[in-house]
Design a protein around this ligand. Structure first.
Ligand code: HEC
Length: 214
């Protein structure tokens, strides 16, 4: 009986700790409670099914202009990627080859992720400077260049989660890879001697410069 009471007490103390910490923080008046507007500024994620997509719309025809002005200087007029800036268009049927070309068209599983990423991170150096409509326009333009939608298709917050991307089946959900090695069906917790195969991929994809022998 006593043990039960003790357990219950420990449980109640544990429950109280988070509240206690908050109370302490308030007591010293450190920080402040975020306002709804402040939270809205951070709450910009757009989920694969389109949840979180802000109100707005845009077509590829309009997107061409935004793209030419704000993206083409790095990603090329046709998404081919200038110098070593990433390419955004093409690469279909290359994923299972020796040199896969991963672009928004060939690789990305969701159009809504293109929205999320572009609004969040592009143009490089001036992130989050596009309006919501400009972002829809430029995503539409990239989808059009990748031959996923027609040029007059109007992309918006309602349909962005429904675009079928070519490589959506290439992603397995949930991730089937085990977090830890299995030994005879049991998770290995120590001295796991997992066989490792060195494949030299870095040299294959040319990210390791060959050293000139003098
Ligand atoms: C100053 C050069 C520059 C400009 C301008 C620029 N980007 Fe990028 N972009 C980059 C770089 C660098 C990366 C890679 C960033 C990284 O991996 O962290 C990138 C990555 C991307 C990616 C992800 C590519 C992938 O497959 O991983 C997309 C999509 C993208 N940019 C779209 C855009 C769009 C749309 C615009 C215009 C609104 C734009 N970018 C403007 C330099 C630029």
């Amino acid at each position: 009986m006593f043990a039960l009471v003790k357990k219950l007490l420990i449980f109640l103390v544990l429950l109280a700790i988070p509240n206690f910490i908050t109370a302490e923080e308030r007591k010293f008046n450190l920080g402040k409670i975020a306002t709804k507007t402040e939270i809205a500024g951070w709450d910009i994620d757009v989920r694969p099914d389109g949840l979180g997509a802000p109100l707005g719309s845009g077509s590829a025809i309009k997107g061409e202009e935004v793209y030419a002005e704000q993206c083409a200087s790095c990603h090329g007029d046709f998404g081919e990627g200038l110098d070593r800036w990433p390419e955004l268009v093409g690469g279909e049927d290359s994923l299972d080859t020796h040199d896969p070309v991963k672009t928004t068209g060939s690789y990305w599983p969701y159009a809504s992720t293109m929205y999320d990423y572009i609004y969040r991170a592009m143009p490089f150096g001036v992130a989050q400077s596009l309006t919501h409509d400009e972002t829809y326009q430029v995503v539409a333009y990239l989808l059009y260049m990748n031959e996923i939608i027609d040029e007059d298709f109007v992309l918006n917050d309602k349909n962005i989660g429904k675009i079928k991307m070519p490589n959506v089946e290439g992603f397995l959900m949930p991730d089937p890879r085990p977090d830890i090695a299995n030994v005879n069906g049991n998770p290995c917790m120590q001295n796991c001697n997992t066989p490792t195969k060195i494949i030299g991929k870095a040299r294959d994809i040319d990210v390791t410069p060959e050293e000139e022998k003098s």
